[in-house]
Write a protein of this length. Structure first.
Length: 246
């Protein structure tokens, strides 16, 4: 978002000063923090790409199919801040909102999700703050994904700053379903006729979950059980820090 657009946006916020100099300071501060989160997302993406490349050479396979990064838009970010009753400040942006920077990791199989998570969390410069396992415990609407809130160091010109990144790991099928659900809830106006669609989507989520399990079992039959002998250990290790979160 350009500076003049940010200025117009900031002026719509409650209790925001009209003083031009102070307003420009706030905008500059906001832009710097968003830059920091963008760098954090790139840093996390690099970590995941390195893991995938290592798997490709060592094991002749890639557990990760797709990696996507995103930064929350100012509108979405400030809406969340207002909803939680927080002050629009540097402290809030750096310490209270944990999903400003997001990385979505798409895997082929459920087991790959937990393996990627284990290897990522096991890196000595990565701190696991929170886990939300919506694969083991799906949301009522059928949503499934593994969410990790991670903190990593990012080196800037004059300092090292610990930054928080939300990593969502899911299968291709889970991501396909989530995209349709997002389309339903955020791209269209609500209406009574959508209730039937929501129920059908929930049923589709269950079908997709069973398909993921079947595809995983087929891979086990082809390659044997050795790859999965530590599956439960991996899942338990990643989920030890699980909490409800925000």
């Amino acid at each position: 978002m350009e500076r003049n657009q940010l200025q117009s946006f900031f002026l719509t916020l409650p209790n925001m000063t009209q003083d031009t100099e102070h307003l420009f300071d706030r905008i500059s501060q906001f832009q710097e923090i968003m830059m920091m989160y963008s760098c954090a997302a790139r840093e996390m993406r690099t970590k995941l790409e390195v893991l995938n490349d290592d798997f490709s050479v060592r094991y002749r396979r890639n557990p990760i199919e797709i990696i996507k990064t995103r930064i929350k838009t100012p509108g979405s970010l400030f809406q969340k801040i207002m909803k939680r009753g927080l002050e629009v400040s540097e402290h809030t942006l750096l310490n209270e909102i944990h999903d400003i920077a997001g990385v979505r990791v798409i895997c082929s199989f459920i087991d790959d999700i937990y393996e990627v998570a284990r290897l990522l969390v096991g890196q000595d410069d990565v701190t696991l703050l929170e886990t939300k396992d919506y694969i083991r415990h799906p949301k009522p609407n059928g949503y499934r994904s593994l969410h990790l809130i991670l903190q990593i160091p990012v080196f800037f010109a004059d300092r090292k700053q610990k930054m928080t990144v939300e990593v969502q790991i899911r299968t291709l099928a889970m991501d396909f379903w989530a995209s349709l659900d997002h389309e339903l809830h955020y791209k269209h106006e609500e209406g009574s006729e959508l209730q039937d669609v929501e129920e059908e989507l929930r049923q589709c989520a269950d079908v997709i979950a069973r398909t993921d399990e079947r595809m995983q079992n087929i891979r086990k039959r082809i390659y044997g059980e050795a790859t999965w002998e530590k599956k439960q250990e991996v899942e338990d290790g990643v989920c030890d820090s699980e909490s409800d979160g925000e």
